[in-house]
Design a protein around this ligand. Structure first.
Ligand code: F6P
Length: 333
């Protein structure tokens, strides 16, 4: 065991994701079983600035593996984006005697982690930062999978299946907006899984005539009398899309914005298991004294990557999945 790591802080930051609690539990249980003390930092990076903490032991994280949300609360901190804010955070780490921070969250959380690690290095202090990817958007460049994505997909699918029942009865068109300000993973996975008539994502320029109008026509010609259009929030407003469908196809769509319902709920097996393995790995990394790292899922394996290198990585959007969608849609549904 590394002699350096005696006490660590764990926090969740940015948009919450189902499975964050499972990750916190895994960090705390792994750490305490190795004799490392755990401090929960509440409300993300702002908690580190404001010394907002709670002591955690093995029993503090009992019965949370199945809970959505995050018991540590979460926030987006503008102050932490400034060097003065991070200076206060570093002072908190010093005061509490933290050797490391495990930060669970998405892209913004990791940018904060990187800025913190650089500022710590400049100040000559010793504090290791390890990131665990958790966001329903699945849009972290260095990881094929992020905690929360599977649960959000399943939540959206369950809602859309219900919508389909009533759309089918009334022979209507539904336009459903799913989350994803910058990423279409959720929309595309969900679209494939519900057999959507059309899916619009920010990664692919929208050709309205081809992608929406023509797909609805093909579905109609194949015998369908109801249609399901799934749009990622970053690809345009569902209301605007519904209006254009009405103008160009002459049908009267109903709009549903699924919104934050996708961020809640009990995590699926995939999210609990991934979070557990990632939380375990984060502590292993600290024990091996490897420096600042990001835990990542690559082809199903949990690995750890150098933080600087990991945050420079990009992942190419899985456009082949769009081909699958198109192939299945073109034959009608
Ligand atoms: O990053 C996850 C996410 O759910 C995005 O898909 C969405 O655009 C955003 O968070 C909304 O976050 P908030 O409501 O917290 O501003």
């Amino acid at each position: 065991m590394s002699a350096q790591v005696k006490r660590i802080g764990v926090l969740t930051s940015g948009g919450d994701a189902p499975g964050m609690n499972a990750a916190v539990r895994a960090v705390v249980r792994t750490a305490t079983s190795r004799g490392i003390e755990c401090i929960g930092i509440r409300r993300g990076w702002s908690g580190l600035i404001n010394s907002d903490f709670v002591r955690l032991d093995s029993s503090s994280v009992s019965h949370i593996i199945n809970k959505g949300g995050t018991l540590l609360y979460t926030a987006r901190s503008k102050e932490f984006m400034q060097p003065e804010g991070r200076e206060k955070a570093i002072a908190t780490c010093k005061l509490l005697g933290l050797d490391a921070i495990v930060a669970i969250g998405g892209d913004g959380t990791f940018r904060g982690a990187l800025a913190l690690s650089r500022q710590v290095a400049e100040s000559g202090q010793k504090l290791t930062v390890v990131g665990i990817p958790a966001t329903i958007d699945n849009d972290i460049g260095c990881s094929h999978y992020t905690i929360g994505f599977d649960t959000a997909c399943n939540t959206a699918i369950e809602c859309i299946d219900k919508l389909r029942d009533t759309m089918q009865s009334h022979e209507r068109c539904s336009v459903v907006e799913v989350m994803g300000r910058h990423a279409g993973y959720l929309a595309l996975y969900v679209g494939i899984s519900v057999g959507a008539t059309a899916v619009l994502i920010p990664e692919r320029p929208v050709d309205f005539e081809q992608d929406v109008v023509e797909n609805i026509r093909r579905a109609r010609l194949a015998g369908s009398t109801h249609y399901m259009v799934v749009v990622a929030e970053g690809a345009g407003s569902a209301f605007e899309i519904a209006k254009r469908i009405q103008e160009e196809v002459g049908i009267d769509p109903r709009v549903t914005v699924l919104g934050h319902i996708q961020r809640g709920g009990s995590p699926t097996a995939r999210d609990r298991e991934t979070a557990s393995r990632m939380g375990y790995e984060a502590v292993q990394v600290l024990l091996q004294d490897k420096g600042n790292r990001i835990v990542s899922s690559l082809d199903g394996r949990i690995v750890d990557l150098d933080m600087e290198e990991a945050l420079a990585m990009t992942k190419s959007f899985e456009m082949d999945r769009y081909d699958v969608l198109e192939a299945l849609t073109n034959s009608g549904n």
